[in-house]
Design a protein around this ligand. Sequence first.
Ligand code: NAD
Length: 271
Amino acid sequence: MNTQTIQKPKAMYPELKDKVAVVTGAGSGIGRATALALAAQGVKVGLLDLKDSRTEQVKSEIEALNAEALTADVDVSDPDRVREAIESVAKKWGKVDIVFANAGINGVLAPIETMNPDEWDHTLTTNLKGTFLTVKYAIPYMKEQGGSIIVTSSINGNRVFSNFGMSAYSTSKAGQMAFAKMAALELARYKIRVNVICPGSIQTHISESTHPTPDLQKIKIPVKYPEGNQPLEHAPGQPEQVGDLVTFLASNASSHITGTELFIDGAESLI
Ligand code: NAD
């Protein structure tokens, strides 16, 4: 995303000015684009990610917009580090209004028969337990004034089950949907909304956390779409398009929307 785009968001939500957000996986891809989109609305953003120079780079980009950010070196599967990071955001700015539980990995892609239980745990712990921890430790700072929580699931886990070897990933993404719906009902009493976004293929660095094993070939069923599998734009989505959706879900424009999954995939999951 270039500065030009950031300075001129497609939609302005004045109520977001001076809100406080926690974004996990903020150093790259969808998390980065969303952190920048929120900052462009005047939101103060806590950038949580594994120790990575990319997160510092996002902070610099936000500061170049005259917006505020802080970084926290966090593994989202580690309860103490998640709790401390969210506490540091709340201490700096006095509250948390928006949570984007987004950090995730594709992990090891393997047949179920040969998938190592530790690899299964790593994917589930990062994607699903990480979401639980992020939401859990934000609640005390959101209860007073309400807010919006957005969870990044995927079309894998609810509509698409043909990405062979992704049994752990898809299970984690299905679990995130169930968790978010439970949370939406439980947290409605505090005026905290909880929604789930389900992206299709988005152009990010997710391939860096994708580790296919050679024996995947043994379980693949060939699926071919001669006209391509992305009907709307004939290309993967851009992280900035996802950032726009998350900003809408953080804003008052979505004030009656909670417990809902929103697909952002250009109809990819419908074929
Ligand atoms: P990405 O790899 O570009 O960004 C993911 C970020 O999460 C990275 O900065 C990474 O360091 C961080 N992260 C990974 N493990 C972490 C951990 N244990 N603790 C803290 N941070 C961690 O990928 P992305 O595509 O932007 O992925 C963001 C989310 O979107 C993921 O949950 C992913 O499952 C989901 N998603 C992506 C796509 C896609 O096609 N890119 C499609 C559907 C869903």
